[in-house]
Design a protein around this ligand. Sequence first.
Ligand SMILES: Nc1ncnc2c1ncn2[C@@H]1O[C@H](COP(=O)(O)OP(=O)(O)O)[C@@H](O)[C@H]1O
Ligand SMILES: [Mg+2]
Length: 492
Amino acid sequence: MVKYRNNPPDAAALMASARSFGNYNLPSALADLLDNSIKARAGMIEILCLREDGEPTVRILDDGHGMTEDELFGAMRPASANPEDERAADDLGRFGWGMKSASLSQCRKLTVLTRKNGKYAGASWDLDDIEDWQMGILEHQEIEKLANPKLLERDGTEIIWENCDRLSEYGKVRAKEFNELLAHAKSELALTFHRYLAGEMGVRKKLTITFNEGALDPIDPFLRDHPATQSKPVEHLELEGKPFSVQAFILPHFSKISSAEHERLGGEEGFVKNQGFYVYRQHRLIMHGTWFRLVRHGELSQLVRIAVNIPNSLDAIWKITVDKSEAQLPSGLRSRLREIVKSLKGQSGKVFQSRGGRIKQTDGKTPVWAKYVRSGEVRYYVNREHPLVADLLEHEDREVRQSFGVALNLVEDCFPAVSIGEDFTTRPEMMNQSALDRDAFLERLDAALPSLLAHCDGSFEKLWELLQVTEPWGGQSTLVEEHLRLKGWKNA
Ligand SMILES: Nc1ncnc2c1ncn2[C@@H]1O[C@H](COP(=O)(O)OP(=O)(O)O)[C@@H](O)[C@H]1O
Ligand SMILES: [Mg+2]
């Protein structure tokens, strides 16, 4: 006979470890709470991150259906749901831990106030006062005092984080750090929930999220409403009998989008880091910037982004993590997705090629490379009239002039024509010679500007005219113009 003895976990210890379930940061912790609000059919979510005397407090208020007292107590219970249970199709939750572990990953005291059908309930967990699983219960008066006045007027839920020790290293956070933290959280949320914010097809009613009273604008990582974005057809696939879909997009070349768009698309890590798959679970972005090792680095252009839309019924197969920040590509899908990626290789190349430099001298542009064709002989040479080249060839120092001339001849004599020809016939999409990254392009422009300005005898006006007809800047005059204007080198 097996004997049994009760052996529950120690409350303080378990809740302290719950702080590290998942790998939350401020935006992903907030996102987990927003998932709950969305599940509760909220149309409006207000996030307030305040800093008083250096101490941060966070409040998230929604106008969802709220909870009864019993529901609230159930919801406050750690592991309030079994991850193995089937979830409603619109449920963004999974482990029954989100509200607790996401909140406590950022703060030591979590309070939840809620109103359902006009009736209030409130409860709190305080890591510093949790012996024997004692949960704080708030009386009606306390709720009235503490709650956002809006919660007293309509149903909904308000989550309050106090003692935010993870937001502040030593209990206090400096204004600058705090503002950076908030700016990051804001843009992450605008991306994570962009489909909800835009009220897209198939996604329930449009959602408004305000962050410190400013409404979040959706950040569409595919820039779908830009005329130069190429949307590929949606592919409908199945995994264990459950449908999901994949759609690829080729973003416009950087010369065709505004700096603001470029900034938003590149995020903090830049364009390249953000290429790859964008995995959505119930229309909520859970991860991006990965190729799941399906693509070798640089194999596909940085302009390709692929949306993968999965329902929550496939959570287990995709191995969604507690903090919903990660998923693993199911092995049954690798080959199918690889095929999709392969079919894109040829096409993404074209966006680049059409941007490539022309060898022939066209519409008055001064090219870097020129060629002559004579009695059946073709030879490519560096255009001696390109201003940067011309200036060096006339350098005041004879030795510089000579060395530069020698180097130019060397580059021309050893022009890898055969290798280029081969690459171009076998894998044109991989030809990647021109500066594709906007930042690199501008950096190189900046490096060239002093010489170019000297070439124009210091005249900004002449410089601008020169840039318009000189490769590679002439092909990107909008971008160059904007850049010069920012530097104060060109008038509006
Ligand atoms: N803002 C909210 N409005 C209404 N109910 C909520 C809200 N937040 C949480 N809940 C309830 O609390 C439960 C537990 O939430 P959570 O700890 O995030 O786990 P999960 O989302 O995995 O179920 C939810 O299933 C829901 O019933
Ligand atoms: Mg949840």
